[in-house]
Design a binder for this molecule. Sequence first.
Ligand SMILES: [Zn+2]
Length: 426
Amino acid sequence: MGKNEPKALAAARLATLRIDGDRLWRALMDLAKIGATEKGGVRRLALTDLDRAGRDLVVGWCRDAGLAIRIDRVGNIFARRAGRDARRRAVAAGSHVDTQPSGGKFDGNFGVLAALEVMRTLNDHGVETSAPLEVAIWTNEEGTRFTPVMMGSGAWAGIYGVDFIHAQRDSEGKTVGGELARIGYGGDAPMGGTAGGPGFDAYFEAHIEQGPVLEANGLPIGVVVGALGQNWYDVALEGMDAHAGPTPMALRRDAALGAARLIEAVNRIALAEAPDGRGTVGMVALKPNSRNVIPGFAQLSVDFRHPAADGLARMDAALRAVAADIGERGGIGVTVKPLVAFAPCVFDAGCAGLVRNAARELGLPHMDIVSGAGHDAVYVASVAPAAMIFVPCKDGISHNETEDARPEHITAGGNVLLHAMLARAR
Ligand SMILES: [Zn+2]
């Protein structure tokens, strides 16, 4: 773009800019060859040799695009395209390239490669921005080989200390710190989201929805305005083991019956918060688990999700009331133990507005949506303005080798990312 071009003309030219959808799709397919599974999925666990190969491929592409690479102490990678104003914080976009053990080609990889495609497109057209731009690749989002999940973005945002992260071990006893050094991604850049770090002016993350809503509504773009908060519990029910024959119904202290009532109640509590609430009992264990013994003990998991903190609080109160009632009715002791709590995330209205505007100006049908899953953007949002862009995935399926997305939706998401970033950075 010529330096003396009138501003209105420059803006009109920028508005017609589009990513190269075929190039983005090819990059996705090329990256998916690293750790490819027989069923068409990808297995590229964090900090393995395959993760190194995936990182090397993407970092090579970033260098070819003229981007300057920085790696921080937990292996997060930042690839920067300089802006006119070096004092400005970067407008960043990215996601992760590690996958689930039987993962797909798109989860995470789409967000990283869409950000790279934005850089390539701007290079092709000689577009300068005022703020620098960055591609961010976060370490170990999936949390399968090492916990906690979203490790790299959590450390970047100062939620976790670097030493804590380095000390985490996989099932073979190998540490994150050791594996980072082994694969050559233990960097020395400071944790950017913490006090004194470079931070971001804004962060955008493009991602497949991993749910069925956009596909069901026939929409190519979701403007992600937040993520559900989560409360996880263990619930223990203590009754008494007794013989299934001689024990009259009225005299039983049946922990399995209490468990059944609790499962039904979790469903009812979530439905009372429709359409926002989610309630799931995913694990049930009975003791002694014998055909002709009334179970004296039951243990259940409860997972509640809601976009608002007061909604989660109502669900928490309802669970405790139900637990007390079930205990009284059944003559059993019920203990509710909270395990993990993630506060609901509300993305920055300005960033979400840029995503919505970009979709509108591109003529792409869209809706506001709340993410049911956690993402790196949620941790980034705790210290910098952030928002996400969802595109549909086939049948809403993810964390599965059959995970699939349509090329036109991938292109649409890439174009929305391009224009949201440009609007923020120019
Ligand atoms: Zn992901």
